[in-house]
Every structure is written in C-alpha cells, then in structure tokens.
Design a protein around this ligand. Structure first.
Ligand SMILES: [Zn+2]
Length: 293
C-alpha cells in the first residue's frame, strides 16, 4: 500500500472550507490539480490547505509520484465538487492527483489508484463509485485523464484501481491504426494539411478549414486558407474538440489562451504566441505523424 502521510488541517481552518463532519462516504471523486508548475506536488498542495486555502476549496487527499498526503478525515464534507450541498461535496471523498511537470505522471496515477482501491475497500464501495469531478459539475476535471494524456485514459485508470496492469504507452503507440497517422511535413507551418490531419485525428469533419474564427495575432499566423473568418464567431468544431482535449475553455475560437494550453500540453515553450513558423506547430505535426497527439 502506498504510504499515507497525515497532515490534518486543524479545526479553526477546516471549519472555513468544509461543511459538517457527516460525509456519507458513498463515492470517491478524482480531480487533477491543473497546476503543471515544477514543485506543485502533494507537499505543496497539502501546505496550501494547512495554511488556510485562500480559495474556498478543500479536498481529503493529494497524491503525487512519491506519496499520498491526507488533509481531512474521510468524515469531513470538503468543498471540491462545485455542487454546493450536493452529493459530491456532502457524500464523496476527494482526491487531487498532482500533474507537476517534474513528477512522474504515470507513477502519480498508480499511487492515486492504490489510494482509491484502499478507500473502496475501507468504505465498502465498488468501482462504479469512482467518480470524476465532471460527474458532479460540467468542469473538465480530471482534465488530463479525460484527455488521455500519456495514452492513459479514464478507463485505464479504473483498470489500475481494479489492479490490472495497463498497457505501456509504447505498445499502444505501435498498435495505433494507420488512419490515425498523418504524413505531414514537420515545418511548423499550420496550413490546410495540418488542419486536415488534426481533424482526422480528432474525428471531426475533415475539410482542412477552421471555420468562424476571430482575427487576432494567433489566427493571423496561420498559412494558406485554413482559417475561415466567416461572420458568426461561432467557432469551429475541430477547435472545440482540440480545446476539450487540452483542457482549455471550449468556445471553438483560436486565441492566445488555447495556444498557451497547447504549448503546455505538448511541452514546448509557453508564451501563448504562434510564430511563423512555430515550434509548437512542429511538435503538433510530429505527434500527428506518430499518431500520439
Ligand atoms: Zn476537480
């Protein structure tokens, strides 16, 4: 069993970020922290809670690649599910999985899965009682599991909880179907062919056109006729799917925020800008060719 360190938040502080100590313990809710900064690990998140979280939020456990730290007893009704006095906050035990860039992502998931298994056993729950934050409130959390980061999907995570070894990402890459692989020139220039490959990968209409966009520094940096400014600012389906995959706000419009999150997702320099040509586009093209985006 993964080692659980107890750093329980004292009463005076706990009272301000929880309801009563009457948790029904009917489900376990998985979150991911949304913070990829170096050092944003379990210790850092436990300290935020110990010091009186400036956000009106709380969670029972945080896991990283080395350990699990418990901040609240399972009986506490933490504020984590964005559902007020709903079944998420009142009757669920919350786990934050760290996504710090200096951590081993897969190892964190393994520790988190072990913790979930421990809680299911302890409270006599089943695998169907493992929920996403998204089940309580339409927020894209846990974002990386929902997006299949590192080729590990939500179902893979549930398999880990059930104690099945998951397929190594490498062998998944090899078994990726050839239709999912593009044959793009890796030149950092995002034009119609890159859009077409992305659309194919995301399983949306494949026409090479990103429709209904707004003029800005990002959309002006594309090549050829792939950007269609249209008239409605309704945004594009492909961009919506892209945004949902990388954990961005889903409005279908390409702008600095989406490019910034794409840079974080692909691990390239983070400046929210699209150069001509661009490093983040090169990495996108490379991944689309490999079928590993
Ligand atoms: Zn969450």
């Amino acid at each position: 069993m993964v080692n659980i360190k107890k750093w329980i938040v004292p009463n005076g502080i706990a009272n301000k970020v929880t309801y009563e100590n009457n948790n029904g313990k009917k489900t376990v809710t998985i979150h991911q922290t949304g913070n990829t900064d170096k050092g944003a690990n379990a210790v850092a998140h436990a300290k935020i809670q110990l010091n009186g979280n400036p956000r009106e939020a709380s969670w029972h456990y945080q896991a990283d690649d080395t350990q699990v730290i418990q901040s609240f007893e399972d009986d506490a009704q933490c504020w984590h599910a964005t559902d007020g006095r709903g079944p998420g906050n009142l009757d669920s035990i919350a786990i934050e999985l760290c996504i710090n860039s200096d951590g081993d992502y897969k190892k964190t998931l393994e520790n988190g899965a072990e913790l979930v298994k421990h809680l299911l056993d302890k409270h006599n729950l089943s695998i169907n009682d493992v929920k996403q934050h998204h089940n309580w409130y339409p927020k894209n959390c846990p974002a990386q599991l929902r997006a299949g980061k590192g080729s590990i999907s939500w179902n893979d995570f549930l398999s880990m909880v059930k104690g099945k070894a998951i397929e190594a990402p490498d062998s998944k890459v090899k078994s990726a179907t050839t239709e999912n692989k593009a044959n793009l020139k890796v030149d950092g220039k995002w034009g119609n062919s890159t859009t077409r490959a992305l659309q194919q990968y995301l399983d949306t209409v494949v026409d090479g056109i990103i429709s209904d966009q707004v003029r800005n520094n990002v959309t002006n940096a594309f090549y050829g006729t792939t950007i269609d400014f249209g008239s409605g600012k309704k945004g594009s389906m492909a961009v919506k799917d892209l945004q949902s995959k990388i954990g961005a706000k889903v409005d279908g419009l390409l702008g600095p925020e989406t490019i910034g999150l794409l840079q974080k997702y692909l691990g390239t320099t983070y400046d929210k800008k699209l150069s001509r040509p661009s490093i983040v586009v090169k990495e996108l093209q490379r991944r689309l060719n490999e079928g590993t985006f």
